[in-house]
Design a protein around this ligand. Structure first.
Ligand SMILES: [Zn+2]
Length: 274
């Protein structure tokens, strides 16, 4: 059993504000420690349930958050960027059986702690065929294209409500309740870790099929709402991207791989604007 674990930080118990998600802050050091321990709990539960080959993909910000020396010795670690498939890079190199997303968060445009999609400075909202898409939707759907089911997700209560509709067969571990965009009531660290470990093992024993978010099928019409008009000016320079409103562009593709690659390109391009 080969397992991929995408690790993000915003959906970790005890994390609720921006300072905790940005390196260089004292609060970030604690947050990355909490993130590492949640990942280790999932690895531990997965190993107990028979996962023999586990790869953790560090997928927040600069993608170098998990201190190597503190990660479970039973997991390999992918770090650094840019990577061809962003948060799920690695899935294209091997035959994986399952995906889990730990520390995940709501999409831009939805309620939730530190809600955003890929880049909070680049995208106000991302939609595919009329559904708001967050990272769980984009990368869970991309995994399905590789025949890999998303077994489990963890994060806050708003993301749980979204996942229960978008991926009804996936398990969910709620480690906190949102009290605002930058406020949360978290479970104790030990309770969150116990729940994550148990759910990881349980979800590996269930039969969950690969599935796109909301069961969407191609063609996929991507609509990106930018924060500023200038960003849409920039995004519309990419061949195939159509300008549809002052703050909106659109793009059609037959795969989530194409959508994710485009979104990561637009995100990187947005940094060139003053
Ligand atoms: Zn993140």
């Amino acid at each position: 059993m080969k397992l991929l674990i995408i690790a993000d930080i915003e959906g970790v118990a005890g994390v609720c504000c921006r300072e905790q998600a940005v390196s260089g802050n004292a609060e970030y050091q604690m947050a990355r420690h909490l993130m590492t321990q949640e990942v280790n709990s999932v690895v531990e539960g997965a190993v107990k349930a028979g996962a023999g080959d586990i790869t953790v993909i560090d997928s927040h910000g600069p993608m170098i958050n998990l201190p190597m020396e503190n990660l479970s010795p039973q997991a390999k670690l992918v770090q650094g960027k840019p990577r061809m498939l962003g948060m799920i890079d690695g899935i294209q190199y091997d035959d994986y059986d399952a995906l889990m997303m730990i520390g995940a968060h709501s999409a831009a445009g939805e309620y939730g702690v530190l809600a955003h999609t890929i880049n909070s400075r680049a995208f106000l909202k991302v939609e595919v065929n009329g559904h708001i898409m967050g990272e769980v939707d984009l990368y869970g759907s991309l995994a399905a294209e590789f025949g890999v089911p998303m077994l489990m997700v963890s994060g806050d209560d708003h993301l749980e409500a979204h996942v229960s509709e978008a991926f009804p067969d996936s398990d969910y571990v709620q480690v906190k309740k949102a009290r605002g965009a930058y406020a949360a009531e978290s479970l104790s660290v030990s309770t969150a870790r116990e729940l994550l470990s148990a759910a990881a093992g349980r979800s590996l024993l269930k039969k969950c099929q690969p599935k796109t978010s909301f069961g969407l099928e191609p063609p996929y019409r991507l609509t990106v709402s930018s924060i500023s008009q200038a960003q849409s000016d920039l995004y519309a320079l990419v061949p195939g991207v159509e300008r549809i409103a002052p703050n909106q562009v659109s793009y059609e593709a037959d795969s989530f791989k194409a959508l994710v690659t485009l979104l990561n390109s637009l995100s990187a391009m947005s940094a060139s604007l003053p």
